[in-house]
Structure formats: C-alpha cells, structure tokens
Write a protein that binds this ligand. Structure first.
Ligand code: CAA
Ligand code: NDP
Length: 293
C-alpha cells in the first residue's frame, strides 16, 4: 500500500529533531514534535523559531512563511499524539536501547500503513527494523547537521524495507528540498564512515600532543578548506554522538583503526559533550569559544 505522506511525527526535539521538524514545516507538512518532557519540546521550538528568524533575516523565507511554518508544528507530549502520522522520524539520542524502547511504545499507536524512519547516525537499520512490527515500512532517513542548511540526506534500506517505503521516502526528501545519497545498511553508512574516523584521528592528534585544539582546527580550516575544524565540528555534532558512532564502527567492523580515542571517552565521561553542554574541546560559556586543552 503506497502511503501518501501528509502528517509527520518527529521524536526527539534536540538539535537534529528540531531541525527536521523545521524543514518539514517550511515544506508545508503538519508536524507533531515529541520528546520526553514539555520543556525539552519547548527548547526545540525555541531553536526552530531562532533558525526560522535567521532565514527571514537572510531573505530566504518571508515573515508569513515563518509564522505559517511555526503554526504547523504541534508539541506532542504523549506518543499517542503521533497516531495520525503517515511518517514518523525518530531522532532521539544515539543509543540503540533508547531507540528500541521508543519503537516498542510507539508502534502499537501507529496506523498499520505508517512509515517509521530513524535519523540514526550509524546503527543498523536492519536490526532496528527487526525490533518493530513493520520492518517492511522501516527505513533510515539520515539528515546532516545543521538540517536547515545541509542539502544531503542519506537514505538507508534495511534488508526488509519494501520498494513502496523507499519510493515514498525518496518523494518526501525531494519535497523538503534535500538531495539523497543511497547508502547500504552497514555501520555508519557513508558520511560518518568517512567523517568520524577523521574526527577521531584529530582527537588522537590532540591526545598525542602533535597539535593543540586551535592549531589542529586552524590546520584543517586553512589547509583543507573545511568550514569548521574537526574538533569544532565534533563539539557541534556532540561528543556523545561522536563516541557512539566510533563504537558502532569499532564493534561492527572489528578493525582496531576505529577504536575511539581515550581522550574522547574522557570528555564524554566528564559530560563535556560540546556545544549542547556549553563545553567540549572548547568552552562556549564566554563571548568567544576558548579551548579547554
Ligand atoms: C553526525 C551525523 O550523523 C551526520 C552529520 O551531520 S556530519 C556533520 C555535517 N555537518 C558539517 O560538516 C557542518 C560543517 N560546517 C558548516 O557547514 C558551516 O560551518 C555551518 C553551515 C554550520 C555554519 O556556516 P558558517 O558560514 O561557517 O557560519 P555561520 O555564518 O555562523 O552560519 C552560516 C549560516 O548557516 C546557518 N547556521 C549556522 N549554524 C546553524 C545552526 N546550528 N542551525 C541552523 N542554521 C545554522 C545560518 O543560516 C547561518 O546564517 P547566518 O550567517 O545568518 O548566521
Ligand atoms: N548531532 C548530529 O550532528 C547528528 C545526529 N544525528 C542523529 O540524530 C539523533 C539525535 O541526535 P542529536 O539531535 O544530536 O541529539 P541531542 O542530544 O541533541 O537530542 C536528542 C534528544 O532526544 C531526547 N531523548 C532522549 N531519550 C528520549 C526518549 N526516550 N524519547 C524521546 N526523546 C528522547 C533527548 O532528551 P534528553 O537530552 O533529555 O536526553 C534530546 O532532546 C541521534 O540518533 C544522532 O545519531 C544524525 C545526524 C547528525
């Protein structure tokens, strides 16, 4: 049965979930935005409002489009408020047990034909799908950070994902103005399979004293024309997410080259997760970011 996607549910109103809700609402979809508490949802809505205002300021959208987009996003404090969704995109923390628990609570509430997608950075789509009542209608729709700016979406089929699900997801991604790259369902897919080992290597470069936080980021910004240095980017992504991705690569591909740098582990153990906790490789609590090492 081909699903016509009109209503979207987004689970997780963090940096990615709020970005996904943002682009869906601007594209004209009604969005139910869910998280574990209302204040989490409200901070996600505030993030969306700020980014929409930025787009108005840059002349990318009109003030009317901004207010219409905001009006299309409704807070969903209970998962049953997602029951009318045609597509639900899970974007909670990069932890397989958390994702599985969400799916077990959510699936009984969904329409039989609804598509369930995950924005996971790295975890097996096939394995996550097998934990749901709808492996045929389960797919990886992997956005890039920040969602309103980055054009790419990786589409990842699990072994059981049906063609109708893939086609409906492709149409949806086109409707929100993004470009797809299709990845096979192997650890961390394509972007993160390539990018995260580079970020991990930058952390090893710091850990081994080859460079400082600032010299490493300057080297890659000016030497390789990266828009952000790798350590700045790690803080932007979230050091917990970076560590989770490296652990998935290390366990999934069984190659020591993917072992997470001990310094990354230390930062996550300290709760220094980057921008989202105001401190990672840089301290963001002042006017300008200051290296923490
Ligand atoms: C981990 C995964 O699973 C997958 C991933 O996402 S991997 C990571 C992929 N993302 C990247 O590699 C990001 C690399 N960085 C960049 O592209 C750029 O630094 C950037 C687009 C984030 C910021 O652009 P910039 O020109 O360097 O800085 P800046 O001038 O502050 O921002 C430019 C515009 O981007 C937008 N922007 C910046 N940060 C943003 C954010 N956090 N959210 C939304 N929009 C943002 C704004 O529209 C901003 O416009 P303003 O000038 O009006 O502020
Ligand atoms: N960060 C990035 O650059 C990218 C991340 N991703 C993927 O997107 C997903 C989200 O990442 P990101 O937005 O960075 O993470 P964040 O930590 O910013 O947001 C995760 C959100 O999920 C919430 N959450 C935790 N448990 C639950 C639950 N049981 N039900 C609903 N919400 C829950 C968190 O609440 P609380 O904080 O209270 O735990 C938080 O609000 C991950 O799978 C990540 O791998 C994909 C592309 C890029």
């Amino acid at each position: 049965m081909v699903v016509e996607i009109k209503k979207i549910g987004v689970i997780g109103s963090g940096q990615m979930g709020s970005g996904i809700a943002h682009v869906c609402a601007v594209a004209g979809y009604d969005v139910a935005l869910s998280d574990i508490s209302m204040d989490r949802i409200e901070s996600g809505l505030a993030n969306i409002n700020g980014n929409l205002a930025r787009q108005v300021q840059k002349g990318q959208i009109s003030e009317e489009a901004r207010s219409q987009a905001l009006a299309r996003i409704s807070p969903a404090v209970d998962l049953d408020m997602l029951s009318e969704a045609d597509l639900v995109i899970e974007s909670a923390v990069e932890n397989e047990q958390v994702k599985r628990k969400i799916f077990s609570q959510l699936c009984p509430l969904l329409k039989p034909e609804a598509i369930l997608a995950t924005n996971t950075s790295s975890i097996s789509i096939t394995r996550l799908a097998a934990s749901t009542d709808r492996p045929e209608r389960f797919i990886g729709i992997h956005f890039m950070n920040p969602v309103p700016i980055m054009e790419l979406v990786e589409l990842v089929r699990g072994i059981a994902t049906e063609d109708e699900t893939f086609e409906a997801s492709k149409d949806f991604v086109a409707k929100i103005g993004k470009t797809i790259a299709v990845a096979e369902d192997f650890p961390a897919f394509m972007v993160n399979r390539i990018l995260l080992p580079m970020i991990n290597e930058a952390i090893y470069t710091l850990y081994e004293g080859v460079g400082s936080v600032e010299s490493i980021d300057t080297a890659m910004k000016l030497g390789a024309n990266h828009p952000m240095g790798p350590l700045q980017l790690a803080d932007f992504i979230g050091l917990d997410t970076c560590l989770s991705i490296m652990q998935v690569l290390y366990e999934g591909l069984a190659d020591s080259k993917y072992r997470p740098c001990p310094l990354l582990v230390k930062y996550v153990e300290a709760g220094w997760l980057g921008r989202k906790t105001q401190r990672g490789f840089y301290d963001y609590r002042g006017d300008t970011p200051v290296p923490t090492r």
